[in-house]
Write a protein of this length. Structure first.
Lengths: 255, 131
């Protein structure tokens, strides 16, 4: 019986991956509702579970592709691989309403730019302080501090190693979770009251999941405004990361 | 037809990657420069153009929305195949980089929002000329 199940999962890898990820997300949603009362977004928990499973898979096989190194879960490699990942990210751009975005005017664009450059500088400096002193690693980790999507997209474009990529994603995920948890607590300090302030926040805080979950826990009305700017974040980051920012790091590091 | 939306997405994706590769070549790097970002801009422009002409049916749109909605699940699958074992050896890097950027950005949000004029009228704000 087990043999039949195993064979079915291995021969239908991508389908099995849909089923596995569906279960992970359902489970995460339940944890989010019952244990954290919705404060930590289900998607953040799901990503952490994914990373935890990757750790287990890595320990079991000694390979570099986490859970996807186990034949039973090889479909995760296709589902979470570059092709489908980029395809899904591009699709999210469809929800952006440029006319509404332009209402925030220059302040939204400024926040977006600062929200890309500031975390990048912090990430790249921390990376260097810990001995990741080559331009590719510094850029990848810096990009991870922008969002957990910009990190791997940038890393893949400039040829970063898998462990640096994982570090970059971990940085982005920790950032997203910090934003989710601390936004409602810091709402007063951040002056999150108006649509404009939410747009500034969306631009600077980055991560769509962090921004939408953080704003949802602060004031539901502000969610679309913050998310609107935040959805540009990945695009701006993916555009600047492997290009301007990478060249800038290369210039400063001289390698 | 749902496939029209998905095909539009696919064309934008491929064109973005191709343009990113060409840009990389023009800049002299052996890398794709901003291909995904270019693809996103293309999709936004394509949507505006098609919408204006009324060529965007609800079913076509759902062919794009489906993939956009798969974004989080795909990221979960991506997380599950990362080299976490290796990443944990550099633990403090991720934590420090994340805390540092959140604190710095939080300070900037607070600073910029303090410059906002008190109680702006949402209606007039919407009619402010575009810059």
């Amino acid at each position: 019986m087990w043999e039949i199940i195993r064979k079915a999962a291995e021969q239908n890898g991508l389908v099995a991956a849909f089923a596995i990820v569906g279960v992970i997300i359902w489970f995460s949603g339940a944890i989010s509702r019952t244990l954290t009362f919705g404060r930590v977004h289900g998607s953040a928990i799901a990503i952490f579970i994914g990373l935890a499973l990757a750790y287990v898979g890595g320990k079991m096989t000694g390979g570099s592709k986490g859970l996807a190194d186990l034949a039973l879960f090889s479909g995760l490699g296709l589902m979470g691989g570059n092709m489908l990942r980029d395809f899904a990210i591009v699709a999210t751009a469809f929800e952006v309403q440029p006319a509404e975005a332009r209402r925030a005017g220059w302040i939204g664009a400024l926040a977006l730019l600062l929200g890309t450059i500031l975390p990048f500088i912090v990430g790249a400096c921390v990376a260097r302080a810990f001995g990741y002193s080559d331009a590719v690693s510094m850029t990848t980790i810096g990009a991870g501090a922008v969002t957990y999507i910009v990190g791997p997209v940038t890393g893949a474009a400039i040829g970063a190693s898998s462990d640096v990529m994982a570090l970059s994603i971990a940085t982005g995920v920790i950032k997203a979770i910090l934003v989710m948890v601390t936004t409602p607590l810091a709402a007063k300090f951040l002056r999150l009251k108006t649509p404009r302030s939410a747009m500034v926040f969306g631009g600077l805080a980055g991560t769509v999941s962090g921004v939408s979950a953080g704003l949802a826990a602060t004031d539901r009305k502000l969610v679309p405004y913050g998310a609107l700017v935040a959805t540009f974040h990945t695009g701006v980051g993916c555009l600047l990361g492997p290009s301007v920012l990478y060249f800038a790091v290369k210039y400063f590091v001289g390698a | 037809m749902i496939i029209y939306g998905t095909a539009l997405l696919a064309f934008c994706h491929l064109l973005g990657i191709i343009l990113g590769d060409l840009l990389g070549k023009a800049l002299g790097v052996k890398a794709n420069v901003g291909g995904v970002g270019i693809a996103m801009l293309l999709l936004i422009l394509a949507r505006l153009w098609l919408h204006r002409r009324g060529w965007l049916s609800a079913t076509s749109v759902s062919g794009v929305h489906f993939w956009g909605a798969l974004y989080i699940p795909v990221v979960v699958a991506m997380a599950a195949q990362q080299n976490v074992v290796a990443a944990l050896r550099g633990g403090p890097v991720a934590l420090l980089a994340a805390v540092g950027s959140v604190v710095l950005c939080g300070l900037f949000v607070s600073f910029i929002n303090r410059m906002e004029p008190e109680a702006p009228e949402p209606q007039t704000e919407a009619e402010t000329p575009l810059t």
